[in-house]
Design a protein. Structure first.
Length: 100
């Protein structure tokens, strides 16, 4: 079975390929994804790597707190996404509009 790892504090220079190459030192990488900003396309500084269970545990030990591209990584098992309230971009900000 596969585990998904959260990899945080990534450098802006880190790519999905370099992330995959780095984590392949701990074992077989099934996938590596960098999360990007929808508007700019720029990395948001974190990503996810999917590996087999034993390899994932080894990767956490190997890379958590270690340096990659000048940044100290945070690596742990990813938590499932929770339901979040929908963000409103209403300029009204919840208050009533006043007419003058």
């Amino acid at each position: 079975m596969a585990k998904k790892l959260y990899v945080g504090n990534l450098s802006w220079n880190t790519t999905a390929d370099s992330l995959k190459d780095t984590f392949s030192k701990a074992g077989s990488v099934l996938s590596a994804n960098l999360i990007t900003d929808k508007m700019t396309g720029r990395s948001r500084g974190f990503g996810f790597v999917e590996m087999e269970d034993a390899d994932a545990d080894k990767a956490i030990e190997m890379f958590n707190g270690k340096d990659l591209d000048g940044r100290t990584l945070t690596v742990n098992e990813a938590r499932p996404m929770t339901d979040r309230p929908r963000r409103s971009f209403d300029n009204n900000r919840g208050g009533d509009r006043q007419s003058y």
